[in-house]
Design a binder for this molecule. Structure first.
Ligand SMILES: Nc1nc2c(c(=O)[nH]1)N[C@H]1C(S)=C(S)[C@@H](COP(=O)(O)O)O[C@H]1N2
Ligand SMILES: [Mo]
Length: 200
């Protein structure tokens, strides 16, 4: 595996899943237009299998304790980007404000224009899952999800919903937008779970 013709160190090569190539760029990929967002009207909702639904305004969300995570991105379109740095609110931190019912086993992230992405609860509760407002020390760019995106580690990047506006907890799994449109529900880059032949 090579980047710009240079040979990679074995430690770096070992972090690149099968069928992926490294990039230093940050490609933009999504379905539909980039939403226009008014932070005065923006809110974030937690609903589904919770004791009480929770709603945050932008101000309230920004006051939650902040964390930074570094993780590797693997996109199903075959690029990987290592050591990306995200800042925001950890999923585990957000969960301190949520009275989760024991039947909850799956999470659907809801984003602008009805976009959804689903993950099993245990992946959502990964210590690195973050609702990020910054990337690489700067506010997110609009086309990368400003003002807030979910970043889910250990899965192909389509599970990381840009322009996220809420999360829903469910007892049963429910396919998200890309999972209904040809991508694999499990999305493990190390197993190359790219396409949806085995969703059914
Ligand atoms: N709201 C929303 N989020 C989305 C998508 C989308 O279509 N809509 N596409 C996903 C896909 S397929 C990828 S690869 C990543 C790309 O994120 P990037 O544009 O920041 O690289 O966003 C994910 N999040
Ligand atoms: Mo993607």
């Amino acid at each position: 595996m090579a980047l710009f013709g240079k040979k990679l160190e074995p430690e770096t090569a070992a972090r690149i899943p099968p069928g992926q190539s490294l990039t230093d760029r940050f490609p933009v990929l999504h379905y539909g237009p980039v939403p226009r967002i008014d932070l005065e009207k923006w809110d974030f909702k937690v609903f589904g299998l919770v004791g009480e639904p929770v709603r945050f305004t932008w101000e309230e969300f920004r006051q939650l304790p902040q964390s930074q995570v570094t993780m590797d991105i693997h996109c199903v379109t075959r690029w990987s980007k290592l050591d990306t740095v995200w800042e925001g609110v950890l999923a585990t931190e957000l969960m301190k404000h949520v009275d989760l019912k024991p039947q909850a086993k799956f999470v659907v992230a809801h984003a602008e224009y009805g976009f959804t992405a689903n993950v099993p609860l245990e992946f959502f509760l990964d210590e690195q899952t973050i609702f990020a407002h910054s990337f690489g020390g700067k506010p997110l760019e609009k086309d990368h999800g400003w003002p807030l995106r979910l970043v889910v580690p250990k899965k192909y990047f389509w599970k990381s919903a840009k322009w996220v506006r809420g999360i829903e907890f469910l007892a049963q799994d429910k396919l998200g937008f890309w999972e209904r449109n040809g991508y694999n529900n499990h999305a493990d880059p190390w197993k190359e779970e790219r396409y949806s032949e085995d969703n059914w």
